[in-house]
Design a protein around this ligand. Structure first.
Ligand SMILES: Cc1cc2nc3c(=O)[nH]c(=O)nc-3n(C[C@H](O)[C@H](O)[C@H](O)COP(=O)(O)OP(=O)(O)OC[C@H]3O[C@@H](n4cnc5c(N)ncnc54)[C@H](O)[C@@H]3O)c2cc1C
Length: 461
């Protein structure tokens, strides 16, 4: 049996002993069958059961609830999305961009409200998310983030902070300014996802663990196929396996897995916290070669995840991907530039996981009424709050509730396929390396090159 505690500090300290729930014990029939007990699958189950309490819902999980990215992430539950407002506006118009941004704010509120209502103690603090510029060349990008939200009428939710204003939140050496997304929570993700699984069960859902889904079919009675039998569904099957969906033949090119890793310090001494400040526990981030996503944990540690992803050939995901010494070393070095107070601190934990990246950066939260198959994935590392939006949207779609959510672009989005291998591997790595080189060059010279590179023309971000 796997030691699930070893997969992240969050899982280790979530308070559960992580003994798997019983697997599926033979074929069964329910109203809704869901693949995956991460945030996406569980929020979908939760909102369906709240909406129609008599519904029978089964969640079928290959490992245990929270095994995937949901039990390992940086704990940023904030209103940002992989496709920012300006790009949303360009693709779908200003109204859709505004509705999406508002829906994401609604998701942050919903996560907080459900956690309170269900008694899920997930170390939640509402401090928003602050993204810093620590070099001149980063300023335009940070300023643009605030401007993009202002352009869709949400300039009061995402605001520019000049250095003294930023320092009132926390002290970061060399900070030249920051953008503060006010709608955001710091969460202990494993406590949240495990608590959500229990809430789903309290509302009548059943979770089968250690039961990999091998295939699925849509139709009048759509089916999840496992080694232990089939789960047939009267109303819908939902595929909520994020990066792992690439393991299913039918979805092999819908999504690619990208790795992300985190290092965690021991608790910092009180004098270090006095220097840093950071009482509001806003989640913190920044760009460039030493950038990353950062959390002050409820127990006084710092979790630091560098933006340094890898893509495994043919989208093959296994546990070996979870650890990467080179990335950990980069994280340790970068962390010290952000917080010199951690110089003498021990790194007690380091882990990783995979997130799902769609070809066009656009999450899908859709349900096909004809095939009765629902699909929600593709958050590109910004899925903690977005998975809640998936759950609420799918609940509306399956119960045929016309709402603002069912008209969002993600609800009508058709995934764009990635290229076949080996083209995919070559292309992804080419673009990733080219962007890293750009960042390193900007760090060295103080600005990005004026003319766009080939990688930017092929895959602008
Ligand atoms: C290290 C790291 C840091 C991150 N930091 C942040 C952050 O700070 N903020 C943020 O917003 N996002 C972050 N993300 C992304 C975020 O965690 C994910 O987008 C989100 O958790 C996705 O939830 P999910 O339920 O869709 O997928 P997952 O949590 O990956 O869950 C999918 C589940 O489906 C199961 N499954 C898959 N295939 C099958 C199958 N065939 N049969 C049965 N079960 C199956 C898996 O075992 C898994 O439990 C991070 C991701 C990583 C890896």
């Amino acid at each position: 049996m796997k030691d699930y505690r070893a997969y992240s500090y969050w899982l280790e300290t979530c308070g559960d002993d992580l003994t798997p729930r019983p697997p599926l014990a033979g074929s069964t029939e329910v109203d809704v069958a869901i693949l995956g007990a991460g945030f996406t699958g569980l929020w979908t189950a939760y909102h369906l059961l709240k909406r129609e309490p008599g519904l029978t819902v089964a969640v079928v999980e290959a490992e245990i609830a929270g095994f995937g990215a949901s039990g390992r992430n940086g704990g940023w539950c904030y209103a940002g999305m992989a496709v920012p407002p300006a790009e949303m506006t360009r693709r779908y118009g200003e109204e859709s961009a505004r509705a999406t941004a508002r829906a994401m704010i609604g998701s942050v509120d919903d996560v907080e409200a459900v956690a309170a209502e269900e008694g899920i103690a997930a170390d939640i603090t509402r401090g928003g998310a602050i993204e810093f510029a620590r070099a001149e060349y980063q300023l335009p990008k940070i300023r643009a983030m605030a401007e993009e939200f202002a352009a869709i009428g949400l300039g009061d939710r995402v605001v520019w902070l000049d250095p003294p204003e930023a320092a009132a939140h926390l002290n970061v050496p060399g900070a030249l300014g920051a953008v503060w997304t006010k709608d955001g929570l710091a969460v202990q993700p494993a406590k949240l996802v495990r608590g959500l699984a229990r809430a789903v069960e309290r509302h009548g859902g059943v979770i089968y663990e250690r039961t990999p889904v091998l295939d699925y079919t849509g139709g009048e009675r759509p089916v999840l196929v496992t080694e232990r039998g089939e789960v047939r569904a009267r109303r819908a099957i939902i595929l909520a396996g994020e990066a792992y969906l690439a393991r299913l033949d039918k979805l092999r090119r819908h999504v690619i897995p990208l790795t992300s890793n985190i290092v965690l310090t021991e608790p910092l001494p009180p004098d270090a916290w006095e220097e840093i400040g950071w009482e509001g526990r806003a989640t913190v981030g920044g760009f460039g070669p030493s950038g990353g996503y950062i959390q002050r944990t409820a127990d006084g540690r710092i979790a630091f995840g560098p933006y340094w992803a890898r893509y495994p050939f043919a989208s093959r995901v296994d546990d070996a991907l979870d650890h990467d010494e080179e990335v950990y070393e980069r994280a340790r070095r970068s962390l010290r530039t952000w917080f010199p107070q951690t110089e003498q601190c021990r790194i007690t934990h380091a882990w990783g996981g995979v997130l799902g990246a769609p070809r066009d950066q656009m999450p899908t939260m859709g349900f096909n009424r004809r095939t009765k198959v629902g699909l929600a994935f593709g958050y590109t590392g910004e899925g903690v709050a977005a998975a809640n939006l998936s759950g609420r949207t799918l609940a509306d779609l399956i119960t045929e509730t016309d709402s603002v959510l069912t008209r969002l672009p993600m609800a009508n989005h058709l995934p764009k396929e990635w290229e076949p291998e080996p083209l995919r591997w070559a292309g992804v790595n080419y673009v990733r390396k080219a962007y890293r080189k750009l960042d390193e060059e900007a760090e060295r010279t103080g600005s990005y090159p004026k003319r766009k590179t080939m990688a930017q023309l092929l895959f602008d971000r």
